[in-house]
Design a protein around this ligand. Sequence first.
Ligand code: SAH
Ligand code: SF4
Ligand code: F3S
Length: 442
Amino acid sequence: MSKKYHIVTYGCQMNVHESEKMAGIFHRMGYEETNKKEEADIILFNTCCIRENAENHAFGNIGALKKLKKQKPELIIAVGGCMTQEKGKPEILKQKFPFIDVIFGTLNLEELEALIKRKQSQKKRVIEVREKEGEIVEFPDAYRTSYPNAWVNIMYGCNNFCSYCIVPYVRGRERSRKAENIVAEVEKLVKEGYREITLLGQNVNSYGNDGNTDGVNFAKLLDMVASVEGDFRVRFMTSHPKDFNEEVVKVMQKHRKICRLVHLPVQSGSNSVLKEMNRRYTREKYLSEVKMLRSYFPEAELTTDIIVGFPAETEEDYLQTEALVKEVDFASAFTFVYSKRQGTKAAEMQNQIPEEIQKDRIQRLVELVNSQTRKKSEKYLGKEVEVLCEDFDEKKGYYLGRDEFGRMGYFKSESDLIGKFVTLKITNANGISLYGEIISVR
Ligand code: SAH
Ligand code: SF4
Ligand code: F3S
């Protein structure tokens, strides 16, 4: 019987995709995937540290393995991901959880096989966290779990140092992959039958700014990717409002394959908060970009990230965020309570906001965002919508897929349609989900 691995992933799409790369390493080592921890020979936690609750979550779940490890001493427990790159964290992990076998960072993921093997040949635990980013390592195949979508990294790291954010400290400086490697990966994925390609980077608009891409910038790269032959759609994230631009929108106009959706995190609607956040754009600049995008595609949708309760945020500041949310009319928004991250500039700021005020603001904001999302649903009634079928919901007995704007549509089908573009006529728009009948399939 072959050996088994189990991966627990926290955090963003970047981490989800890195778990796929780690899974690829395990498969090459001859391991198989299991969704039961009790069956696993290796359990790996791919951690996130963007907010305190992400960390607490991981701590809780790692701690819960103590018993299993006692019963099964040959089990290897490995911890990787952003948390291990935080200053002092490997030491804390080591002390708190003496049963962890391997600790490795985001900057030396490619060493995972060697580290596991080293642990297997010695009693002592293995801790290898590289402090500085090295050259980009092109990975052999990832073991992908998100068909019909495929995640494709275009760059790693972040140079922006938004004052609240820990990512630049745990992911290192921006490094862009060579355009030819990205395009070759996309060509291969499309040949294999993937029907949606999502380009990933913390700030995709600064692709190439590091001088690693022979002059190819993000707009050019997007053009190259969308020019790959085949019937698939293209998404990209995340765009940063400080450098989202018309050149990119023109490329979107050139290719119908590119979804008319931009994830453009605004964080706050108040200029003074944006300044303290070191976001390097104003509310006015943000709104003018939205206007520019919609001048090309009136139907374009935006999604966003918003933080409430940032240090010194006043009620007036918060209300400006609400007003901006109303004005832009986002398709959806990820809303967060500000979380203090050690080592960031904002953690040292005066006027940290009390929890009750943060809670009150997040509740009001979530309500506003939800009511907007629901209102948008009604507009879908009776319309035709094309979704990419991605799964079957056993409980509901429906297939499901998303349209280009990320809206979920449910429908019944006798045959398996996963991986097909399905045009639906929407018969019921209930809350955030749409229900429809099949018009055509391709
Ligand atoms: N690179 C992307 C986002 C990466 S993190 C960008 O710049 O938009 C995803 C989201 O987490 C951020 O957009 C922000 O809204 C949120 N976030 C980051 N640090 C946070 C913190 N300390 N507290 C609360 N939310 C935070
Ligand atoms: Fe964090 Fe800002 Fe970089 Fe996004 S752009 S990862 S929010 S520092
Ligand atoms: Fe992503 Fe969390 Fe790291 S959001 S980049 S996994 S800190």
